[in-house]
Design a protein around this ligand. Structure first.
Ligand code: PA5
Length: 437
C-alpha cells in the first residue's frame, strides 16, 4: 500500500493503492510524462477540440462588471419570485444544481425559502412538468431557459409550455420581465425567440462546451438567484487555475495520472463517493463531465457514484465483494457548517452512551475511515480529495480542478474530451419516430 499527499491551499489529494494495485515506479514515471504533455497540449491549445478551451481562462477573464450585472439581474428576479425555474439539460443545468444543492438548506422547500430553485427542461416526463405547473399556478415565479444550441428538445418543449403559462399568468409584458435566456451569441432558435421577444439574454461563449460552462452565466445566474456568492466561487476557481496552470506537480496531474494508471491495469469504473446528501448533484455533474468527455472510441472509465453512508446499505455490498471493477475517488469534507452532538442518555437504553459528545461529523468521518480500510482490503484502491468545508470558494476550486483533470485525462486517453458525437444517435431516431421534417 502506498500513500501520498499533494496539497493546494486547503485541498489535498491522497492516494492509497490496494495490495494488488501497487504501481511500479516506471509506470508512474511514464504516466507523469504523458500527463505533463497533456497539460502542455491544453496550454498550447494544440490538441483535438482546442476550439473548446474557453473554460481554461474563464475565471481570469470574467470581469467585475459582468459579475455585477449578473448579481443585479439576480436581485431583481429574487424580489419578484417565490420560485425560480432553471430550464436546461446536461451541461446547461447540472453545474448550477451541483453548487446550489451543495450550499442550500437540505429542506429549503419546507422552510418557505424564497426563491426556491426548481428544475425543468431536463426530462420529457409529463407528470413531472404537470406537478411543477401545479406549484407555478400558485406561486410567483420567473424562469431562466438555458440552451447553447437553442434546439435541445427537452428544454425547447418545456420552454414552450412554460412561456405560455407565464404569459397567461402575468400577461405578455410582465412575462418578458420574468424570462432570461442563456444561449449562443448569434445563432439558434432560442436566440431568435429571445431577440424577437426582447428577453434579457446572456451568452454562452462559442469556445465553452455545455459541461464546462458552469463558470459562465449558465451556472452563475442560477447560483446568484439562489442567493450564493458568485464572486467568491470565481475566486476559488481562479486560485485553483493559477496553481494548476503554473505548476508541473499538482493535485490535478496526480489525479489524472492515477486515474489512467487504474484504467491501464484494467479498472473499468471510477466511483465518486461522498458522505453527504447535498453532494448528490455534485456527483451528477462529475458523471456528466467525465462520461461525456471520455466515453468514446470504445474507451474511458465508466463514472459512477455513491452517497454514503446511505449507499453503504445498498451498493456497499457490491463494492466490498462484487466483481472487482472499480477504484474510488472520495470527496472528503473536513468540517460541517452546522454542529450537532450526541446527548447523554441517563439510562443508556439505546446503548449509545459510548458516543456521547461525539459530533455527527466525527461519527461520519469514522464511518468514512472504516469504509476506506474495508474497501482497500477488498481491493478497491482509494483516491481521497479533501476540502476543509463546503463553501463557494472550495466549490469554485473543485469545479476547476475536475474540469482541468478531465481535460488532461481525455488527452492521456487519446480522445477529444470536448465533443459528444454519441449523444446525437438517440436524437436522430427520436426525430425520425416523431416525424420531424
Ligand atoms: O456538455 C454538453 O455539451 C451537453 O451536455 C449539453 O450541455 C446538453 O446536451 C444541452 O445542450 P444545449 O445547451 O445545447 O441545450
Amino acid at each position: 500500500m502506498q500513500h501520498k499527499s499533494l496539497k493546494i491551499k486547503e485541498m489535498k489529494l491522497y492516494i492509497e493503492y490496494s495490495n494488488k494495485d501497487i504501481p511500479k515506479s516506471e509506470d508512474i514515471k511514464t504516466l507523469t510524462a504523458q500527463a505533463l504533455q497533456a497539460k502542455q497540449t491544453i496550454i498550447n491549445r494544440s490538441g483535438n477540440g482546442n476550439d473548446f478551451l474557453g473554460w481554461v481562462d474563464l475565471p481570469e477573464q470574467i470581469t467585475t462588471q459582468e459579475l455585477n450585472d449578473i448579481n443585479s439581474v439576480a436581485k431583481t428576479l429574487r424580489k419578484k419570485s417565490d420560485v425560480f425555474v432553471v430550464a436546461g439539460i446536461g451541461g446547461s443545468y447540472l453545474g448550477a444544481r451541483a453548487v446550489i444543492e451543495a450550499l442550500k438548506n437540505n429542506f429549503d422547500y419546507a422552510l418557505n425559502t424564497t426563491p426556491l430553485v426548481l428544475y425543468a427542461g431536463n426530462t420529457m416526463c409529463e407528470d413531472y412538468l404537470s406537478d411543477l405547473m401545479q406549484v407555478l399556478d400558485k406561486r410567483d415565479y420567473s424562469l431562466c431557459v438555458i440552451s447553447k444550441s437553442g434546439t435541445t428538445t427537452e428544454t425547447a418543449v418545456t420552454f414552450r409550455i412554460l412561456r405560455n403559462h407565464l404569459e397567461q399568468k402575468y400577461g405578455k409584458q410582465e412575462a418578458k420581465q420574468r424570462i432570461v435566456a442563456i444561449t449562443d451569441k448569434e445563432k439558434g432558435i432560442l436566440k431568435n425567440i429571445a431577440d424577437k421577444e426582447g428577453y434579457k439574454t446572456y451568452v454562452i461563449p462559442d469556445n465553452v462546451g455545455g459541461r464546462f460552462s458552469v463558470l459562465t452565466p449558465v451556472g452563475l445566474l442560477p447560483i446568484a438567484v439562489a442567493g450564493f456568492d458568485i464572486t467568491t466561487l470565481i475566486n476559488g476557481a481562479r486560485q485553483m487555475r493559477n496553481e494548476l496552470i503554473n505548476h508541473d506537480t499538482s493535485i490535478a496531474l496526480d489525479y489524472a495520472i492515477n486515474r489512467k494508471y487504474f484504467y491501464n491495469i484494467g479498472k473499468q469504473i471510477e466511483l465518486l463517493v461522498n458522505y453527504q446528501p447535498n453532494l448528490v448533484y455534485f456527483n451528477e455533474w462529475f458523471k456528466q463531465l467525465f462520461g461525456e468527455s471520455e466515453g468514446k472510441d470504445n474507451k474511458g472509465l465508466f463514472p459512477a457514484s455513491v452517497s454514503n453512508t446511505t449507499d453503504l446499505h445498498s451498493m456497499g455490498q457490491y463494492i466490498q465483494q462484487g466483481k472487482r471493477l472499480m477504484f474510488e475517488t472520495v470527496l472528503h469534507v473536513e468540517n460541517s457548517n452546522n454542529h450537532l452532538s450526541i446527548p447523554q442518555q441517563q439510562d443508556d437504553d439505546d446503548k449509545l452512551n459510548y458516543l456521547t459528545n461525539f459530533s455527527l461529523t466525527q461519527i461520519n468521518h469514522k464511518a468514512e475511515e472504516g469504509t476506506r480500510m474495508a474497501h482497500l482490503d477488498g481491493d478497491v484502491s482509494q483516491i481521497q480529495l479533501s476540502i476543509d468545508k463546503l463553501d463557494e470558494e472550495n466549490l469554485g476550486a473543485l469545479i476547476y480542478f475536475f474540469e482541468f483533470s478531465c481535460a488532461i485525462s481525455g488527452y492521456m486517453l487519446g480522445i477529444n474530451p470536448f465533443d459528444q458525437p454519441g449523444v446525437e444517435f438517440y436524437k436522430k431516431n427520436m426525430f425520425a419516430l416523431l416525424g420531424k421534417k
